[in-house]
Design a protein around this ligand. Structure first.
Ligand SMILES: Cc1cc2nc3c(=O)[nH]c(=O)nc-3n(C[C@H](O)[C@H](O)[C@H](O)COP(=O)(O)OP(=O)(O)OC[C@H]3O[C@@H](n4cnc5c(N)ncnc54)[C@H](O)[C@@H]3O)c2cc1C
Length: 474
């Protein structure tokens, strides 16, 4: 099944090529090297006695003196107090420089698994280093569920909450919004149990903390009873989906879409609560579609007109998947093809206008092929949550891991900012203190609290020092 879609795209492309390709332009494009200067999939070579670390895409790298994997809170506290500087790491799925350290990286993955749960209240206490998928499975065994999931589920709870990771759904908040309490080991080694009543300021700051306040060891989450979803995927024109987007987002629990650059088409997805016998996933062609889109770019990128014509003739139309299953088997999928990403969260009322401008900007570059992902998230109230002033539409652009992404900053970021966008903390952006103070009413409160908890700047690295506008002496 999965080779079919790519084959259809290519088969049709070959047909078009046979009838319509001017040889000179084709040959010129065919010799083009799309690779980014300096790209290497390798880890850096660490100095003697040190280790190498890299994020998922390889764009962030460092050679810390040590990566500590403490087993007990006492070990963790000792590691923190002994080190000059510390950065917590989850599963390394952030694209921004939140984690790199030349000193100590602390991996909280031994603080893992379901500690307790209560089906009557929906409250569950879980290790902060637990991966989302493991959390979802263990909760499911206890009859409970997370309220929403992101695209992939390999992130840790602490890592995903700390950057305000989100899924999609007009009424669904980002993941951290369901934190009722957490336990954090701070710069002086003390462990604090934090809730909205015990310490309202630290609770507001600590749910999205960028790992700047300490290392979180466990969360208490408000969960819902286990649920199944029905998934529907269909291909339609961008114009049709833009016309219907707001209505679809109100009609369905989860609504999102992917625009395929230079085609005029999108794949739209909805998920809705489902009771009854489930089918399991009936189709999984994401990777194959991506490969087909890349092939089209590689062969026909020189002619946007031809590319669009080929795509419109060969892309499937209408419903391409209907499946039902447990929510955690449908909402998150695997992403084997690596990329780098920028995602901005736009006030909902500006979202579609921003998307139109982003599509126009992207299509000013013939080398684009990665789909643009569009989602909606409901409001919450954490100080550094991008969603804390109302619902937002998230627009994500991707570049293949070995291809340039400099245009994220020069071409796309100004468009996002002109529409009132706030960046995803874990995805590429260039903002620093000045811009962030203007975007977040509580940014200064966060900085004050951070300085009180960590006066020596133990949890800083160059990226955080830039975000916070503080000096950093490596
Ligand atoms: C393929 C892919 C798909 C993605 N899909 C989505 C998506 O659908 N929606 C979305 O919003 N984002 C998405 N992201 C972004 C990702 O969810 C975030 O960057 C998230 O923060 C990564 O979690 P992590 O466990 O890898 O944490 P890391 O990237 O390792 O760390 C993130 C932050 O958490 C801090 N941290 C980690 N552990 C702790 C701890 N125990 N205590 C305190 N701080 C800690 C770190 O210091 C850092 O500041 C995706 C990323 C990739 C690569």
């Amino acid at each position: 099944m999965s080779t079919t879609r790519r084959a259809v795209l290519l088969g049709s492309a070959g047909l078009a090529a046979a009838v319509a390709v001017p040889g000179v332009q084709y040959a010129g494009w065919n010799m083009k090297d799309f690779a980014r200067d300096g790209y290497s999939p390798n880890l850096p070579t660490p100095p003697e006695g040190e280790v190498a670390w890299s994020n998922w895409s390889g764009i962030q790298q460092s050679t810390p003196k040590r990566i500590a994997v403490p087993v007990t809170e006492a070990d963790l506290a000792a590691s923190i107090t002994e080190a000059r500087r510390v950065r917590p790491v989850g599963s390394g799925h952030s694209f921004t420089g939140l984690v790199p350290s030349e000193h100590l990286i602390v991996d909280a993955s031994r603080f893992t698994g379901l500690i307790s749960s209560d089906a009557a209240t929906g409250l569950a206490t879980i290790g902060a280093g637990t991966r989302i998928r493991q959390a979802a499975r263990e909760l499911d065994s206890a009859g409970l569920a997370l309220q929403n999931l992101p695209d992939v589920d390999v992130q840790t709870l602490a890592g995903s909450f700390s950057t305000s990771t989100h899924g999609t759904g007009r009424t669904l908040q980002p993941l951290h919004a369901h934190v009722e309490g957490f336990r954090i080991v701070t710069a002086d080694g003390s462990a604090l149990d934090v809730s909205a009543t015990s310490d309202p300021a630290l609770f507001s700051a600590g749910r999205v903390s960028l790992g700047a306040l300490g290392v979180i060891t466990q969360y208490t989450l408000k969960c819902v009873p286990s649920y199944n979803l029905k998934r529907r995927v269909w291909v339609d024109t961008l114009d049709n989906i833009l016309d219907q987007a707001m209505e679809l987002s109100q009609q369905h629990r989860n609504f999102e879409f992917y625009y395929f650059p230079f085609t005029g088409y999108v794949a739209a997805l909805t998920h809705d609560l489902f009771e009854g016998e489930v089918t399991g996933r009936t189709s999984d062609e994401d990777e194959d579609m991506l490969a087909g889109l890349k092939d089209l770019r590689d062969m026909f990128g020189w002619s946007p007109w031809l590319r669009r014509r080929i795509a419109s003739g060969s892309l499937p139309k209408g419903v391409i998947e209907e499946s039902s299953d447990a929510y955690w088997k449908l909402l998150a999928t695997a992403r084997p093809t690596k990329f780098n990403e920028m995602e901005y969260h736009i006030p909902l009322e500006n979202g579609l206008a921003c998307l139109r401008d982003i599509v126009a900007a992207l299509e000013s570059r013939k080398d684009m092929f990665f789909p643009v992902e569009v989602r909606i998230t409901a409001q919450d109230d954490a100080w550094l949550s991008p969603f804390n002033d109302g619902p937002r539409m998230s627009i994500a652009t991707h570049a293949a891991v070995d291809e340039p992404y400099d245009y994220f900053f020069s071409l796309l970021e100004p468009v996002h900012r002109s529409h009132g966008g706030r960046p995803h903390w874990g995805k590429l952006h260039s903002l620093g203190r000045q811009e962030l103070v203007a975007l977040y009413p509580d940014f200064r409160n966060f900085l004050d609290l951070r300085a009180t908890l960590d006066p020596a700047g133990k949890f800083l690295n160059p990226h955080l020092a830039h975000l916070f506008g503080v000096d950093f002496d490596a």
